[in-house]
Design a binder for this molecule. Structure first.
Ligand code: DC
Length: 228
């Protein structure tokens, strides 16, 4: 089994790059942010304050979260319902960040993530994959870019998904969310000691994928990707 961990702040292109890489290598892409988004969505839709740790803890036993792969795409089901793009809405981003700082929420999602990696070759992206979820991952990358480059990409992405947003709003919210994710007490979004840092401010998707493959070859040897 191979485990490739890609962590970093929001909008660094982790999911786009990880998805392309997984398709190229024929392995499973795991978007762990979708799990926190699902819990954020569940809280918001029930009118629960997303920073209320006690209320969130009481909510967890009511949630059945399943990750399924349909036509190669990761789908997250909440109590039997595929939430689709509803978890991508901007207000759910902050809700996900809020609930992800609650230890019981992180504990609740731990096994789901490790179980997928136990059964499959994976490229997993998130904030604490290299530090907490898969500490023995074969390759760990911390992918980042300037806040401005990330906000530009995220604004474009939202527009393409039919959810147009103002660049300045995206930039402000992104900075706020990153500060919360990297400053929290539990599993903060920081690079693992053995992670390779990849600044892709000046790279496009293909360039970022190529950079990740170069890092993999350096870590695992040229032959490691023979099954590519
Ligand atoms: O990757 P994303 O933007 O979809 O993640 C949404 C939020 O979930 C993010 O702000 C922090 C949290 N998250 C986390 O704490 N740990 C992860 N492994 C992935 C996401």
């Amino acid at each position: 089994m191979i485990q490739i961990a890609i962590d970093g702040p929001s909008g660094a292109g982790k999911s786009t790059v990880a998805k392309a890489l997984a398709a190229r290598l024929g392995i499973v892409y795991v978007d762990t942010g979708a799990l926190y988004r699902t819990i954020g969505y569940a809280a918001v839709s029930r009118g629960i304050a997303t920073k209320d740790a006690m209320a969130l803890e009481a909510l967890l036993p009511e949630l059945q979260i399943d990750v399924r792969y349909e036509n190669g795409i990761q789908c997250v089901y909440l109590n039997g319902e595929n939430l689709g793009d509803r978890i991508r809405r901007p207000e759910i981003s902050m809700a996900a960040s809020d609930v992800s700082a609650i230890p019981a929420v992180r504990a609740f999602l731990l096994d789901t993530q490790r179980e997928i990696a136990r059964k499959n070759n994976v490229v997993m992206d998130g904030r604490d994959i290299g530090t907490v979820i898969l500490p023995d991952a074969d390759v760990k990358i911390f992918m980042f870019a300037s806040a401005e480059a990330r906000a530009r990409r995220r604004t474009l992405e939202l527009e393409q998904k039919g959810m147009p947003a103002d660049y300045e709003d995206v930039l402000r919210e992104m900075k706020e969310r990153d500060a919360q994710d990297s400053g929290r007490a539990i599993a903060p979004a920081v690079p693992a000691e053995d992670a390779v840092m990849l600044d892709n401010s000046e790279l496009d998707i293909e360039g970022s994928v190529a950079a990740v493959i170069a890092i993999m070859k350096q870590k695992l040897g040229e032959d490691a990707l023979a099954w590519e």
